[in-house]
Each structure stands twice: as structure tokens, then as C-alpha cells.
Write a protein that binds this ligand. Structure first.
Ligand code: SF4
Ligand code: SF4
Ligand code: SF4
Length: 314
């Protein structure tokens, strides 16, 4: 049963839409847990504070009755399914609640052999958007409090799921703030662009929250933690910070699905998704490649082709 959405009138989604999605998720989750289709399910439960949500692994139909979907369901739950999170997938086939942007990460992780499609039951959400970081929270989701990524989402009607909760959301006509900011920075002279990023990188405290939340930062030993020999200075000083951000951007180029979780959790408000998007744009222009649209074993930066453009090598 699909929940029917309110039309996005005046960029405003009513709470009743999220309630209907919640109901559909609960019904489906109870069914697949009762039938034994899955051993557990990663979804959202209410947080301790009113109006919040928290990720949870549930294993019983009784717990499934408490699942929610609300604008506070910001986390990309695919991060719990990588091999580095030992234990979750060992339980057996796992259900997962996924927004469209989370599904891009799932496709990427399938391509990188972190998870197998047959080990998942995907309950996708026809998504009406989630709250932005620090945005004023109200009963309704509006253009003023929705996450920046949702302002120009192209994947909120998910495809390839086992079940879709909700339907007919319309997120068209919103102001693409991030695209505008990217165009502004691209138009700056090189020295000013460098000054922009230098200032942002200088505020990085190397808490590594952006790494911990990223579904694609699953290496058991991160190059940036290695100290014998040390590849990247680990204390928050300018040279090490710049190196860390270059390593992060390059390791995620062609893999990042754009969930913007890294930017959401950054305590220093560094616009990491601008870098992610810029790298994605390069990949699209150079290789006509977009990460996360379908499982792909290797992106353009991790495969060799004889017809690759070599002209930049002098
Ligand atoms: S980016 Fe799209 S799929 Fe992701 S939370 Fe926003 S509206 Fe939903
Ligand atoms: S979350 Fe922000 S402050 Fe922390 S390491 Fe990443 S960029 Fe730096
Ligand atoms: S780099 Fe950021 S936006 Fe990209 S997949 Fe990782 S957390 Fe998501």
C-alpha cells in the first residue's frame, strides 16, 4: 500500500505525508519480519527528544510497529551495512529503509562488493525531503528548513527497491542554493577560490566525523591515521588539513553518491558537499559518469582503458 503525498504546494510538505509513509513502512516491516524474509531491519525509531529520530537495528515485528519516517530521518543508513560494521549483515538478510540519496550509496556499495543485492530487502521512501542542519524545525517541511541537497534532488522517486513507501511527491521549483554557490565559486579567479577553501580548511579540527558517517569511508586502516610512515599530518594544522581534504575528495571521486552526510555532521560548518559536487561534475564532464545510479564494479578513476585521454601527461 502506498501513501499518497500532498502536492508540494508553495514548497510545503504537510506532516500527514510523513505519517502515511511511516504507516506504510511499519506495515511492510512487520510483514517481512513475521514471514522471516529478513532477520532484521535498519530503520528509524523516535529519538529521546521530541521530533527527533535515531537509526536502529530492529529484529522483531513488535519493534517494527515503532518505526517512523519524519523529516528528522536525516541519516544515511547504508553506512551500517559495510563490512567494517561487522555483525549487521551476519544476522542474515537485512531490510533497510532508504531515501533516494541513500539508495545511491547502496548501489555504490553493491558495486564495490560491500553488500549483495540478494542480502537486502530495500524499503525505499518516495521522499519529500528532510530537515537541513540547524534549520528551524516546524511541523511542516518548507523551503526554509529543508536540507540543501533536497532543493535540487533528482532521486526522490526511488527505483529498484523491493517496496516503496509513499508516492507522488513533487519537489520541483525550489531554489537550488548549492548549485548557485558552486557557480559563484567557479566564477572566482583561482587565487580567490584558493582563499575560499584555505579559510574553510583552516577551521577543520580533524574530528573525522565526516569520515565516520560516509558509507564509502570503510577502509579498516585509513591512510590519514597511518603514522609509520605518516602519510598525512594528523594534527589540525594548515598543511595536514589541506592534505586530508585533498585525500578525502580524491578517494571519494566517482564513488560519492551525494548524500551530504559529511557536510551535515561537520561541526565546523565546512561546505564539504560543494567539493563532492565539483568532483562529481568533473567525472560527468570527463567520463559521462554519475556515481550510484547503478551498481558498478569500478568507476572511471579505478579502471584503465586503452582509449583513456592521455593528453594531460607532458
Ligand atoms: S536529497 Fe532527495 S532523496 Fe535525499 S533526503 Fe532530500 S529529497 Fe530525499
Ligand atoms: S567533520 Fe569537519 S571538522 Fe571534522 S574532520 Fe571533517 S571537515 Fe574537519
Ligand atoms: S563523501 Fe559525503 S556526500 Fe559523498 S557519500 Fe560520503 S558522506 Fe555522502
Amino acid at each position: 500500500m502506498n501513501a499518497k503525498a500532498n502536492k508540494n504546494q508553495g514548497s510545503c510538505i504537510e506532516p500527514s505525508y510523513y505519517q502515511a509513509v511511516t504507516k506504510a513502512i511499519r506495515t511492510q516491516a512487520v510483514q517481512i519480519l513475521k514471514e522471516g524474509t529478513v532477520a532484521g531491519l535498519v530503520g528509524y525509531l523516535p529519538g529521546r527528544r521530541k521530533g527527533t529520530a535515531r537509526p536502529a537495528l530492529i529484529t522483531t515485528p513488535e519493534e517494527a510497529e515503532k518505526l517512523i519516517f519524519s523529516p528528522a530521518c536525516v541519516n544515511n543508513l547504508s553506512v551500517y551495512l559495510t563490512k567494517s560494521k561487522k555483525g549487521v549483515l551476519k544476522q542474515g538478510r537485512i531490510g533497510i529503509v532508504a531515501k533516494g540519496c541513500d539508495m545511491r550509496a547502496l548501489a555504490g556499495l553493491m558495486g564495490e562488493s560491500q553488500i549483495k543485492r540478494e542480502d537486502l530487502f530495500i524499503i525505499a521512501v518516495d521522499c519529500a525531503g528532510v530537515y537541513g542542519s540547524g534549520a528551524e524545525r516546524s511541523e511542516t517541511v518548507t523551503e526554509a528548513n529543508i536540507a540543501r541537497k533536497c532543493l535540487e534532488c533528482s532521486v526522490h522517486h526511488p527505483e529498484g527497491a523491493d517496496f516503496v513507501a509513499g508516492s507522488a511527491t513533487d519537489l520541483s521549483g525550489l531554489t537550488p542554493l548549492e548549485a548557485e554557490e558552486m557557480a559563484r565559486i567557479e566564477a572566482l579567479p583561482q587565487a580567490e577560490r584558493w582563499a575560499f577553501w584555505k579559510e574553510h580548511f583552516s577551521r577543520c579540527i580533524r574530528c573525522m566525523a565526516c569520515r565516520q558517517v560516509c558509507p564509502f569511508c570503510y577502509c579498516e586502516q585509513c591512510l590519514c591515521d597511518k603514522n609509520r610512515p605518516q602519510a598525512v599530518e594528523s594534527s589540525p594544522r594548515p598543511a595536514g588539513n589541506t592534505a586530508w581534504h585533498i585525500v578525502r575528495a580524491m578517494h571519494l571521486a566517482g564513488r560519492c553518491g551525494g548524500c551530504a552526510e559529511c557536510e551535515r555532521v561537520c561541526p565546523m560548518d565546512i561546505p564539504l558537499n560543494l567539493l563532492n559536487r565539483r568532483m562529481a561534475k568533473e567525472l560527468k564532464e570527463l567520463y559521462d559518469y554519475e556515481a550510484g545510479l547503478a551498481p558498478a564494479e569500478k568507476g572511471p578513476l579505478t579502471q584503465y582503458r586503452e582509449d583513456d585521454d592521455q593528453s594531460f601527461i607532458k
